[in-house]
Design a protein around this ligand. Sequence first.
Ligand code: DGL
Length: 277
Amino acid sequence: MDNRPIGIFDSGLGGLTVVREIIDQLPNEEIIYFGDTARFPYGPRPISELKTFVFEIIDYLLVNDVKFIVIACNSASAAALEDAQQYYNIPIIGVIEPGARAAVRATHCRRIGVIGTQATIASGSYMSAIKAIDAGIQVYSQACPDLADFVEKNETTGPRIERSVRWYLDSLLRAGIDSLILGCTHYPLLSETISKVAGDWVQLISSAKETARELKETLTRKGSLRKDNKPPILRFISSGDKEIFRKLGVRFLGQEIKSVERVRLPLRERVVGIEKG
Ligand code: DGL
């Protein structure tokens, strides 16, 4: 038994789509979610900078005594999951392997599409994760630089979005994919438009469900589930505007966010002298 909270983070609100699934599958767990909205977006940033952010945020979550870390951001997972797993003693998972596994299970024709930010697509992480499971699968990737921005600003439907989605999916659909990984935690909010453009033949894969399943399995196996009859506390922390986070976050989380704490950057000032582990 371990009653400490799970630490989850993303560049902004997108990771709340993962939190939503975690709450669904692990309703008794406490959660601390950190949305780095002041530094959104992560997608166009260099890998080295993302690594610094990831280490800074994990240090900050450790000060808050979390038992497990979920990097609920594809760009951050692609940039730093491996390094973070090597450096820290605490268990850490990202969203890329879970999404890759779900897509490999779903595809019939062994042609998978992946859409994500520039950082995620340039890293080739989905390609490697899929090929590690089945080297014969063809993977077609496309960076979609402006889609997460639309979502973070609460624009999720309409002609502008549809035009962009059509443009980005064109080559993937011509390649004959039957499964499409939504390789950015913001994209589940665009599912309606993406489905419309991709057609019934293409199954949309979001990492959120599979990531929550992996988290549940790991906590169960380690005997680290929370055992407490008191209702769990969910904390939401933002490096940017609290009110925008609270209002827009509802759409990602699927439930009301009662309060949001603001933490000012740099986080390093808040974690001086902590022990790793
Ligand atoms: N949520 C981030 C991801 O999953 C994308 C948004 C960003 O560019 O920060 O990659």
